[in-house]
Design a protein around this ligand. Structure first.
Ligand code: ADP
Ligand code: MG
Length: 630
């Protein structure tokens, strides 16, 4: 008989399980029962459209057998079963399962924690078993196979006999040692407690023979003699978690259900459990995760909620239940009002579904608002992971979702780096401040040092720091908040001067028109304009942009793939009229044109550097600086 080797990534998980010193090993049972239940789901679903299954809802069950003499536990289901290939593929590799994704994403460093926090799947059997045997017969096949492994070396698959469709898993427990006790898993009360703890909601009966002691039959009157009877007992209540009353579910139960069901190892931030009654009845159990799936921000990410009809899953990812801007929510919806055999196309037009969808949207929104108000720390954590989704929600709907989402936005403010909502920003604004200011750039650190912000900061006007690509585009969609206009610190008029000051500035500009014209021409088409600045204090120059496209937006558009000729920002070189450099320029003009041209080029390069943009000719720049130094 040939022994096959486990695939590499499976080996790592397997090693972890075999050598586990994790105290919470009991979860192996949860994992195997959940697999059995999944397998039954598949066959039951099949039976709805395929008469050859020949089984009804009440025929399905999971059976547990404890065999003390053989030191083994058997977990048996009459689900869909596995073919030879499926045994090979599903149990030889950690395929698409939760644990597989997890291994891909993480270096398994803090191993013990991982087992505790995460549904580790089939291989968790090796935490307690020295040998695992799986005998399975797939639906539609007459052949059965035995898969067997002792963990380390690999596994074997050979033909076997099994008269019914389904899967039987036999765990040969490890021997007890001085410090480790495995025999406890042969005790019926221990097993029955584990089932209640983790698998109570499983919708099929989990049956086990239980010994009860009862008063002895035919015993003489007055005698207290008892006898042991064996009763086949259903261990679980079979009420799905979401059908229970909130008060009967503990936070641990909500969380462990989440982790197992949605393949996460981190606790969710929030749980939303809703039971709606009325014209459309449904139960929803939703979670706001605390971290994003590894592919969340990629095209591969499939959003959606699980859809159940009367306790039976009919769709794994129903995208129509969630708006795009809440794509991060995980969970499920169960409604009796939906037909079991409904197709994807029909669902899209289902009225019930759209009623549920808008109710859920409201509920999620309310939960986020509550988090923002009452648990700011948690909300900021949420924001750092999923804030982008909300911003895109406004931007991509061209503002249609604005009412829904605007109050959920957070921005870092320049004064202290803290997050503020737009409302908080408005409330903190000094009376004379006309606009809401923002600065866009790579990082908060860079933005808070921008020369363009110096005067504003002097006046005690705060600035929203935008560091994500979508931010400036979002500002274009928002435009105003509570009638206050949003203004970039590097474009247009900042509204800081009085009319007189403006006139004064115009006068100076007119006086030096020839100088500015000359400088602009000497810079070629690099800048559209040179003007006196109204936003600088200690710095000699800065760049700004005329028109709708800012320099930051140009940078983003440039970086987008396939965008060879992006719209360019019309650059403006602003010169600080009260800086020594300006004095120097006016002194040089008009007798030393060559020097003025050199200075113009240097100043432009300096402005680029401050802006974090590359200078076109670094060698020329360096030479010009050296020349000055000599
Ligand atoms: P997951 O359940 O997350 O997919 P597991 O490691 O628990 O990962 O199981 C791996 C795969 O093995 C399952 O996806 C399923 O295809 C198959 N499997 C496990 N147990 C059974 C079973 N009792 N009946 C049928 N298939 C099973
Ligand atoms: Mg599983």
């Amino acid at each position: 008989m040939a022994t096959k080797e486990f695939k590499t990534e499976s080996k790592r998980i397997l090693d972890l399980m075999v050598n586990s010193i994790y105290t919470n090993r009991e979860i192996f049972l949860r994992e195997l029962i959940s697999n059995a239940s999944d397998a039954i789901d598949k066959l039951y679903f099949r039976s709805l459209t395929d008469n050859s299954v020949g089984m009804s809802r009440s025929d399905f069950a999971i059976e547990l057998v404890l065999d003390k003499a053989a030191r083994s536990i058997i977990i048996r289901d009459n689900g869909i079963g596995m073919t030879y290939d499926e045994l090979d593929r599903n149990l030889g590799t950690i395929a698409r399962s939760g644990s597989g994704e997890f291994v891909k994403e993480n270096e398994l460093s803090d191993e013990i924690d991982i087992i505790g926090q995460f549904g580790v799947g089939f291989y968790s059997a090796f935490m307690v078993a020295e040998k695992v045997t799986v005998i399975s017969r797939a639906f539609g096949s007459d052949d059965a196979f035995r898969w067997e492994s002792d963990g380390a070396e690999g596994y074997s698959i050979e033909p076997a006999l099994k008269d019914k469709v389904g899967t039987e898993i036999i765990l040969k427990l490890k021997p007890d040692t001085e410090s480790e006790n495995y025999s406890e898993f042969l005790e019926q009360y221990r097993i029955s407690n584990i089932v209640k703890k983790y698998s109570d909601y499983i919708r099929y009966p989990i049956k086990m023979d239980m010994e009860h002691s009862v008063p002895k039959k035919d015993a003489p009157e007055g005698s207290y003699e008892t006898e042991i009877v064996v009763e086949n007992t259903v261990l679980n209540s079979m009420v799905p978690l979401w059908k229970k009353n909130k008060k009967d579910v503990t936070p641990e139960q909500y969380n462990s259900f989440y982790k197992e069901k949605f393949y996460d190892f981190a606790e969710p931030l929030r749980v939303i459990h809703q039971k709606a009654e009325g014209t459309t009845e449904y139960q929803a159990l939703l979670y706001i995760p605390s971290r994003a799936d590894y592919n969340y921000y990629s095209k591969e990410f499939e959003r959606g909620l699980q859809l159940y009809s009367s306790g039976v899953m009919i769709m794994e990812k129903c995208a129509d239940l969630l708006p795009d801007h809440f794509a991060f929510v995980k969970g499920l919806v169960d409604s009796e009002d939906l037909s079991l055999n409904i197709s994807r196309e029909m669902l899209q037009h289902d009225r019930q579904l759209s009623v549920i969808r808008s109710a859920l949207e409201k509920k999620i929104k309310a939960e986020l608002v509550d988090m923002l108000k009452n648990d700011r720390e948690q909300y900021e954590k949420f924001w750092e992971v999923f804030g982008l989704t909300l911003k895109f929600g406004i931007y991509q709907s061209f503002g249609a979702n604005r009412d829904q989402l605007e109050e959920l936005l957070l921005f870092r403010r320049a004064s202290d780096g803290k997050y503020v909502t737009l409302k908080e920003y408005l409330e903190a604004m000094p009376e004379e401040q006309k606009y809401i200011y923002y600065a866009a750039g790579e990082s908060f650190e860079k933005l808070s040092k921008m020369p363009q912000t110096e005067l504003l900061r002097d006046k005690g006007f705060d600035i929203l720091c935008l560091t994500e690509n979508v931010d400036e585009f979002l500002m274009q969609v928002l435009r105003t908040v509570d009638e206050k206009e949003l203004r970039s610190v590097s474009s247009g008029d900042l509204g800081l001067e009085t009319e007189e000051q403006k006139a004064e500035q115009q006068k100076i500009e007119d006086e030096h028109k020839e100088l500015f014209d000359f400088m602009r021409e000497s810079l070629g088409d690099k800048v559209a304009e040179i003007r006196l600045s109204n936003r600088l204090k200690s710095h000699p120059v800065c760049l700004s942009a005329k028109g709708a496209v800012s320099i930051e937006m140009e940078r983003i558009l440039r970086a987008m793939p396939g965008n060879d000729q992006p719209i360019q920002a019309q650059r403006v070189l602003e010169i600080n009229g009260s800086h020594k450099i300006f004095e120097k320029l006016t002194a040089l003009w008009p007798d030393n044109k060559d020097t003025v041209a050199k200075y113009a080029s240097l100043l432009y390069d300096q402005a680029l550097l401050i802006e974090g943009l590359p200078i076109e000719d670094p060698v020329a720049f360096s030479n010009a600086v050296c020349e000055l130094m000599q």
